[in-house]
Design a protein. Sequence first.
Length: 186
Amino acid sequence: MNKVLAISGYKPFELGVFQNDHPSVLFIKAAIKKELIPMIEEGLEWVLISGQLGVELWAAEVVFELQLEFTDLKLAVITPFLDQEASWKDNNKEWYQSILAQADFIDSVTKKGYEKPWQFRIKNQFFIEKSNALLLLYDQEKEGSPKYLYEMASHYQSHHPYPIRLITFYDLQLIVEEEELKRSDF
């Protein structure tokens, strides 16, 4: 049984999304929700994110929505380093702070500010070792930041039971079609 699920994926700019009200965000959140509900019903207790802009913060919003129905579900935000939002635009800082304000647990893997890329590798390793499974919005056809977590998780999976569930662009296309069918009252 998977009690702790790490969620990650693309950053907004990697998806061409520059506003949180972009239509794509609704489909991404619907895809995450579709994956999470059966896991929660099977005993998922914690969702783990690093607080990265994009998929991770959208996943946090999905968790908050699901907590209304599944009150035992919790969100942990464990950043790779302190003050990761320091150089972000004000609207992104506000969004991030609103997520942190609702999270059940907040910490940082390295207890210092950003120094070098190794902090992201340490964070990825931490996420894999502290979770029972990974949900990743990642399509191997489209390179991007999730590639590093995916490769590390795949390597880990070759030596340990560690389910990796990918949400691909094909999966998102199916969600778009499902949502369009719902809207057209079929």
